[in-house]
Write a protein that binds this ligand. Structure first.
Ligand code: VGL
Ligand code: ZN
Length: 206
């Protein structure tokens, strides 16, 4: 696939807590690092997202006595999966993987910093209406097509891709640069949802 000067690579949550040994480790999560570094080198524009929760965040099971990680809880904005404490602001777990090339990034979007609401998507929090500002940034800079890779395929990559389509961006997910959490069939559901929304899912860029 031909990369254009106004294409952007969105690198989603390649942070220690989502890699082996981390608090919410995605199987083989660190395998995305060399793939993404190779992709980055081909783009003129790179944007990173960073999951960035305050201690005691409402998406943490520990904030809801009697609840356990990976259970679902009804929040004011809809059902929310509860997670182990992860990506707490300023911790090593919230840092980008040390081998990830971050120098080229023109913007880092932090998300999930509001205590009462989680944010999977790079564009909107989980109420699907509170914006992160990324759409405005891309529009103002005239950046069009969005390529995505990172962690996790079925959560933050998936929701970012759906929102990108909803906002009218051409969207390509590069699966070799992604790994999934895969809770109760969430990977298959994410693939179906992305295909239905017109997200192009490719294994790699040749
Ligand atoms: C993510 C669960 C909780 C992700 C972030 O980056 O996919 N998943 N927070
Ligand atoms: Zn999170």
């Amino acid at each position: 696939m031909q990369i254009h000067p106004d294409d952007v690579l969105l690198i989603v949550d390649v942070q220690n807590d989502f890699c082996p040994g981390g608090a919410l480790a995605v199987a083989d999560g660190d395998a995305v690092v060399p793939v993404i570094n190779r992709l980055s080198a081909r783009f003129d524009h790179v944007v990173l997202t960073q999951d960035w929760h305050p201690p005691g965040h409402s998406s943490f099971a520990t904030s809801h006595p009697g609840s356990a990680p990976f259970e679902t809880l009804a929040m004011s904005y809809g059902p929310q999966t509860l997670w182990p404490d992860h990506c707490v602001q300023g911790t090593e777990g919230a840092a980008f993987h040390s081998k990830l090339s971050t120098e080229k990034a023109e913007l880092v979007i932090r998300k999930g910093f509001r205590p009462a609401i989680d944010s999977y998507s790079a564009f909107y929090e989980n109420d699907r209406t509170t914006p992160t500002g990324l759409a405005g940034y891309l529009h103002e800079r005239g950046l069009g097509r969005i390529f995505m890779a990172g962690l996790a395929t079925d959560y933050c990559v998936h929701y970012s891709a759906l929102d990108a389509r909803r906002l009218g961006f051409e969207t390509v997910v590069v699966e070799s640069g992604c790994r999934a959490i895969d809770l109760a069939g969430s990977l298959a559901a994410a693939r179906e949802g992305m295909a239905a929304a017109g997200v192009q899912v490719v294994n790699d860029l040749d």
